[in-house]
Design a protein around this ligand. Sequence first.
Ligand SMILES: [Zn+2]
Length: 164
Amino acid sequence: MAEDVARDAARAYPHPSSAGRSANMRANRRTDTKPELALRKALHGLGYRYRKDYRLDLAGGVRVRPDIVFTARKVAVFVDGCFWHCCPDHGSQPAANTWYWEPKLRRNVDRDRAADDALGQAGWTVVRFWEHESIDVAVARVVDVLAERAGRPAPPDGRAGSRP
Ligand SMILES: [Zn+2]
């Protein structure tokens, strides 16, 4: 049966290339992948407090678990893996097993856009980074967005008050 074939294929988990293999390894550590961790750590160091692994149940049955959530200011931050979320620079489709990878990766991207829409409709600001982006750039963008949402430029507890 087709279903059995699909299940077996999923179990076999074909490796498309060395890039795919390392992406698999990254995926096995779904939470706390390195760029995510570095971003959290940097924001925490600036005095920001956030939730991680915080599930948001949105309209239309859309469930989203952003990497970093600022509940009061309704800011949701995602750090997207280049392979899994089809980064334009590093997200090339595996040449082997396209029957497996193509729909899988397309579903990921579709899910991302659906999450963005549902979050936007619920009044959330979505901030997405690629895992290849520099942490400094990511931190600066999150700080900007938070300041915008809070209507004030300074970090929340003034610990980083010496920043311009
Ligand atoms: Zn990338």
